[in-house]
Design a protein. Structure first.
Lengths: 399, 355
């Protein structure tokens, strides 16, 4: 009897899911948006987000106040070097300026994003065995950009300084330049990732966006779909039929899940084509994790559906919950950057664990044994939420 | 079962209906929404193959009653059973044998007529070949056969309502609930839908409960009518008996068209002994309520004496409208006079929740 009941319930659920998908695919506009949304999301996040330390064609004002010393002029050598480095990397676009005031005005007018000033006694100081002074002028109104300019220029000047020192030491001690480098910089620091290969910010963010899109589909789609049917009256048609109340929820969830997975796949494809993201782990595991993510969210979605009487409320309720969740679950920013109380909240959000597990699989190529924590939490969270959701939904449906 | 038989049974409080078993039994059914009582301890019985009408103004509690009986809403108090099954305890057995034509159209605009019917039919576990045949028959029955592969969204209101009705018949229900089935339809579609309801009732012996705020509809379709107001059943009887309630035997309602109608004439009419009330409908029409044996003579004499140019006289039968006004109208006005704010709150708010 019970098995029969479960069988008919599932067949009714599939009917409802199929019907929902038919409606979805016949809605041209909706379908276009369905495909556009992940594309927008991907390109926006992928291209706009700064890759932390790189800078491209930033306009930098250059002031050369150096008066030279005894016929020597180190500053022009310095500028030639700077130019040749820049020619390869095209980090910046150098603009001439006459003094600090001039640089400030250029920054204020928006003509420059930063400035470099070589002091008047630049050559003189170096010739007399002192440090030459270089001033970096930054634009405080754009802290992110000024931090990048600062970091990049520091790095460039350090390298130039090291090269200069290496040359001096080699000349004075009369040793091989490569040995001289060991004197000037005894430590050689190298960075290696857990996995071989080139990784960008996008590798970090793509799994998160996938997780988020699928969750969002279920979280916003489920309440919107059910409250919409309630409003137009078609829900009554299903409720008045002798079907298990749960097959309505199950069917709707299946349809939304299919929609979410479709979008998730689209993101994955785009990420691979446009941003060179590679999946290092098992692709099937990626999808299995997405499904598990949906499972962990369904209960929450159903509870919210039961509370929202009409579509408008449902959508508003969802947005209110989705928005903080997006930022608190480490999809865009690492959780470790957040203050402790936000980290605490982030630890109870299932999206955190889905994104985390996905990242482990996609970037680090992790397998199931390495994901036991995340899996246990997601299954537990999902089961508890569903246990709460089922009676709440049954009650709400026969108000 | 023929139509003649039905009329007789309706009039004489049912010789053959009396023998029919009780299909729907409602006892003290009550529904409260946050302190507002939408349906207030109503009790009635409907016999098998009867057409039972719930007549009342908007917000009277008709839809809420239907929703409770069709298991979409749980009663706060009281019980009801359909075909012997309790609507709360055995809701799934109840659902098995009912069909619902709700005020809102139950169908998906982006699906075709056939797809819609197939979807709902599948929810009743009807085998595929049986279902397909039934869908074709039902579509033919309401002349939608050639539109079966068109999307419902492209249908006219009349076509949609016919779809809405046959959708409720997919599981061949023993009891059919119709909530305002002709609301918003043009006269032709209204007649079509009414004819169809009668046909279903006669051919399949389907018990039908319908709600309406149109007196003529209740009058034409229903064997018995329950007048519902403020969540209570104010009167319940056959249409004929309800009308007797108003006419009380010897009263007459006359509609007169007088070319040279004056205020003086109206006052004179009102002053007549046999006349109970006079209402002037427009510049030339008068409606006179009168009682007694010689009403016609008295009124005509009075008119002649005043040299009134009478263009036409019509002897009106009391309509359900009169019954309705008699039973609920006055009551409603009385209540409104006493406590306007309470009534307003009660009327505007819950309505949104009921729908």
């Amino acid at each position: 009897m019970i098995r029969m009941g479960a069988k008919t319930m599932i067949s009714h659920s599939l009917r409802i899911a199929w019907k929902d998908l038919m409606e979805l695919f016949r809605n041209r506009m909706g379908l276009v948006l369905l495909i556009l949304m992940p594309i927008f999301m991907m390109t926006m996040v992928g291209f706009i987000y700064p890759s932390e330390t790189s800078m491209n064609n930033a306009s930098i004002a250059l002031v050369n106040e150096d008066t030279g010393f005894g016929g020597y002029n180190f500053s022009s050598t310095f500028i030639t070097m700077l130019n040749s480095i820049n020619d390869n990397a095209s980090m910046m676009e150098l603009k001439d300026a006459s003094n600090l005031e001039d640089v400030r005005e250029m920054i204020q007018a928006g003509d420059a994003e930063g400035g470099i000033i070589l002091s008047s006694d630049f050559t003189a100081n170096i010739m007399s065995g002192q440090q030459g002074t270089i001033t970096i002028v930054t634009d405080q109104s754009n802290p992110q950009m000024s931090a990048i300019i600062q970091a990049v220029l520091n790095e460039v000047f350090n390298q130039m300084g090291t090269a200069l020192a290496q040359q001096n030491v080699a000349e004075q001690l009369d040793i091989d330049p490569s040995n001289a480098l060991a004197v000037v910089e005894p430590l050689d620091v190298q960075v290696k990732g857990a996995v071989e290969g080139d990784f960008s910010y996008f590798d970090f963010i793509a799994p998160g966006i996938m997780a988020m899109t699928v969750m969002m589909s279920v979280m916003t789609g489920l309440p919107a779909a059910i409250s919409h049917e309630r409003e137009v009256g078609t829900l009554d048609g299903m409720m008045v039929a002798p079907i298990n109340r749960l097959s309505v929820i199950l069917g709707k969830t299946l349809a939304q899940m299919a929609r979410g997975i479709l979008q998730g796949t689209l993101i994955l494809v785009l990420a691979t084509i446009l941003f060179g993201v590679t999946v290092h782990g098992n692709i099937l595991l990626v999808f299995a994790l997405l499904l598990l993510g949906v499972f962990s969210f369904v209960g929450l979605g159903v509870v919210l559906t039961s509370f929202a009487k009409e579509q408008e409320t449902a959508v508003m309720l969802m947005t209110t919950i989705m928005f903080p969740m997006m930022f608190l679950s480490g999809v865009f920013f690492p959780i470790e950057q957040m203050p402790w109380f936000m980290q605490a909240i982030s630890k109870v959000l299932p999206l955190t664990y889905v994104a985390d597990a996905l990242r482990k699989v996609m970037v680090l190529g992790a397998d199931i044994p390495m994901l036991t924590n995340e899996l246990a939490i997601l299954i537990g969270f999902g089961a508890v939420m569903i246990a709460i959701a089922v009676p709440v939904f049954k009650r709400a449906m026969t108000r | 079962m023929n139509s003649e038989g039905k009329t007789i049974s309706g009039q004489a409080e049912g010789e053959d209906l009396l023998e029919n078993k009780v299909m729907i039994e409602v006892k003290n059914l009550t529904k409260k929404f946050n302190g507002f009582t939408a349906v207030d301890h109503i009790s009635f019985e409907v016999k098998e193959s009867e057409i039972f009408g719930l007549l009342g103004p908007n917000g009277a509690g008709k839809t809420t009653t239907i929703r409770m009986l069709s298991t979409l809403s749980r009663p706060t108090e009281g019980t009801a059973s359909i075909g012997g099954y309790d609507i709360v305890k055995h809701d799934n057995q109840v659902r098995q044998q009912i069909g619902l034509v709700s005020e809102k159209m139950i169908m998906y605009d982006r699906l075709t007529a056939k797809e819609n019917l197939r979807f709902f039919g599948k929810l009743y576990n009807i085998p595929k070949n049986v279902l397909n045949q039934r869908i074709d028959e039902l579509l033919e029955l309401v002349q939608l056969g050639k539109w079966k592969d068109s999307k419902v969204g492209t249908f006219s209101t009349g076509m949609r309502q016919r779809m809405n009705v046959i959708r409720a018949l997919l599981n061949m229900p023993k009891v059919l609930f119709l909530d305002e089935p002709t609301l918003g339809l043009d006269p032709q579609s209204t007649v079509e839908v009414r004819e169809f309801i009668k046909k279903v009732n006669q051919e399949n012996k389907t018990t039908i409960i319908l709600t309406t705020h149109m007196m003529t509809e209740a009058d034409r379709l229903c064997d018995r009518i329950g007048i519902i107001d403020h969540g209570k059943i104010a009167a319940l009887d056959t249409s004929t008996n309800l009308k007797k309630l108003v006419s009380g035997g010897d009263s007459t309602v006359l509609k007169l068209e007088i070319q040279n109608l004056t205020k003086k004439l109206v006052t004179k009419m009102e002053a007549l002994d046999c006349v109970q009330s006079v209402s002037q409908e427009n510049a030339s029409h008068l409606k006179i309520h009168a009682t007694g044996d010689k009403t016609f003579d008295t009124i005509i004499d009075a008119l002649r004496a005043d040299k009134a140019k009478v263009k036409s006289i019509e002897n009106l039968q009391p309509t359900l409208e009169d019954v309705f006004l008699q039973i609920t109208g006055r009551q409603m006005r009385d209540k409104a006079d006493n406590k306007i704010p309470v009534r307003n709150r009660g009327h505007s708010m819950p309505q949104r929740r009921i729908r």
